[in-house]
Design a binder for this molecule. Structure first.
Ligand code: BGC
Length: 544
């Protein structure tokens, strides 16, 4: 594994739910050993870093984001030794591993909360209490489908406690120095064990202040900077903090500080605009949000993603855009959840291979590191009638066998059912078939990841949007030293001619890097590229 401090800037991340990837002990729940057994696949695919949503002890009322003990691995997924083995095995293959760190809140079953709610407890102010549910009324409710207030009455404490998410996830009180220190200890513990970093869950909400919306407060940034200093000082600078700050670009970029806060943050507003572009047949919304994205410190990096374990969130769009997205991508109201859509990538685009490729072509070339979601590389489907977001968290489909190669248990005993939609069930969509088929989506994704490795400018280069003469074709340059790659992506279902007449490309001749062949349908000065429906190209530009 490289000791490059900036490895995350050119890495490909892969989010994998331990419970849904591979079941080594045959109880129907995926586990860490099952994941370790399948690292060969991830190395073959070309993944550089795994992101594991919480694997810690939890009552599992929110997919493990309700942590009961930060120091224990959930027995369903294994032991601390299994975790150590996974880290070793992954590192031997050159794959790094980050985990979620749920900073903002704990489970209400956590010993800290159990103690804090006790009348007369010394730990009372580890959480946020109030005699009335009126305080901090400017803070929005996030889980609008299930929570009516951010305050819940606790009989034992005889007070309301504050929670930005579910009512069983009390927010920690970061005004309390003991809380700040306790969370630093959690960070130290797992980093010492070998974790390469953390996805910092729900970080905008750490502090509460009257008269504010309780997001992105200066105190929150201060605390994140303290975590950064701590890991830099104590762990030598190769660990990474990936913020989950679902915010507009300027607020999101603030999580980089001056290069002294988080190394990475997801670019939430880009994601829905990729789908929007497909539906509208042009990239205007995408262009607009990227134009509105400020420059970030040199060592910082965006996380670009298409889907993840949550609903496709529509928080960072206008109300009109949200209605458009719902109308287009959630024709059945049961597909909606909170301010989002609980579906997977492939069914969202009707299984259209060209659309899936276009989205991935951008995922792998937009400014940032791609964060893939397990199963999307084979075009897995969903089961949106399952509870909450479980429909996008179903077991990985390895083979066409009855248990999909996920587990030897009776599928009836799986922690979540396999997808049973006939267009997407394991007999139609699985790794084994696609691995053997050079024309499959999986083979294509792998080839693109391999291509990306030959294009360090996709991770490290600068980014400049260029005019293409048509709103349908999104065009941009990625440039690093003397390497320039032009990306053109046709969002429309009609053929288009992109004409790029920019001083930055003057005197250059295009070479299509996906095929290594000189593009046949190009003109030079200005560069003219014919694109089929939903077609995209990465085009190397060489001086003539
Ligand atoms: C996670 C969700 C979770 C929430 C509360 C998030 O942002 O991604 O899955 O429900 O935090 O912890």
């Amino acid at each position: 594994m490289s000791d490059d401090r900036h490895w995350y800037r050119s890495a490909v991340f892969y989010e994998v739910l331990a419970r849904s990837f591979g079941d080594a002990d045959g109880d129907g729940v995926g586990d860490l050993r099952g994941l370790t057994d399948r690292l060969e696949y991830l190395e073959w695919l070309g993944v550089d870093c795994l992101w594991l949503p919480p694997i810690f002890d939890s009552p599992l009322r929110d997919g493990g984001y309700d942590i009961r003990d930060y120091y224990a691995i959930h027995p369903d997924v294994g032991t601390v030794d299994d975790m150590a083995d996974l880290l070793d095995a992954a590192h031997r293959r050159g794959i790094r591993v980050i985990s979620d760190l749920v900073v903002n809140h704990t489970s209400d079953e956590h010993a800290w909360f159990q103690e804090a709610r006790r009348p007369g407890s010394d730990m009372r102010d580890w959480y946020v209490w109030s005699d009335t549910p009126e305080r901090y009324s400017d803070a929005r409710i996030i889980f609008i489908d299930s929570e009516a207030s951010n305050w819940t009455w606790d009989d034992q404490a005889q007070a309301y406690f504050w929670h930005r998410f579910y009512h069983f996830q009390p927010d920690l009180n970061f005004d309390n120095p003991d809380v700040r220190e306790a969370m630093l200890d959690v960070v130290r513990h797992w980093m010492r064990m070998g974790f390469d970093g953390f996805r910092m869950d729900a970080v905008p909400y750490l502090y509460e202040r009257e008269g504010t919306n309780g997001e992105n407060l200066p105190e929150t940034h201060e605390y994140l900077k303290l975590i950064r200093r701590t890991i830099d000082d104590e762990f030598g600078g190769t660990k990474v903090l990936l913020a989950e700050a679902n915010q507009w670009p300027r607020d999101a970029a603030a999580y980089y500080g001056d290069g002294d806060e988080c190394h990475m943050n997801f670019h939430f507003p880009v994601m829905p605009r990729l789908y929007m572009g497909l539906a509208k047949g042009h990239a205007d919304d995408l262009r607009e949000i990227l134009a509105d994205t400020p420059p970030i410190p040199d060592a910082a990096q965006w996380g670009i993603f298409l889907r993840n374990h949550d609903e496709l969130t529509l928080e960072m769009v206008t109300p009109e855009q949200r209605d458009f997205m719902w109308d287009t991508f959630a024709p059945d109201p049961r597909m909606k959840l909170n301010l989002g859509i609980r579906r997977r990538l492939a069914p969202l685009v009707g299984g259209d291979r060209a659309a899936i490729e276009l989205l991935h072509g951008l995922l792998f070339s937009l400014p940032g590191s791609p964060v893939m979601y397990y199963g999307d590389e084979i075009g897995m489907g969903d089961a949106y009638l399952l509870d909450d977001r479980d429909g996008v968290r179903t077991p990985m489909q390895w083979t066409a066998e009855p248990g999909a190669g996920f587990s030897t248990a009776d599928p009836e005993a799986f922690w979540l059912p396999l997808v049973d939609d006939p267009d997407y069930d394991p007999s139609r969509v699985n790794v084994a078939d696609q691995r053997d088929d050079p024309g499959s989506l999986l083979s294509w994704v792998r080839a693109m990841l391999a291509a990306r490795r030959h294009h360090p400018e996709m991770g490290l280069g600068d980014f400049t949007m260029v005019e293409t003469g048509t709103a349908a074709v999104f065009g941009f340059l990625r440039r690093l030293d003397d390497v320039t790659t032009l990306v053109v992506a046709n969002f429309s279902r009609d053929p288009q001619a992109a004409v790029v007449d920019d001083r930055l490309v003057a005197g250059m001749r295009p070479v299509d890097t996906a095929t290594g062949e000189r593009l046949t349908t190009v003109g030079v000065d200005p560069i003219r590229i014919e694109l089929g429906p939903l077609e995209f190209h990465w085009v190397s530009l060489a001086p003539r």
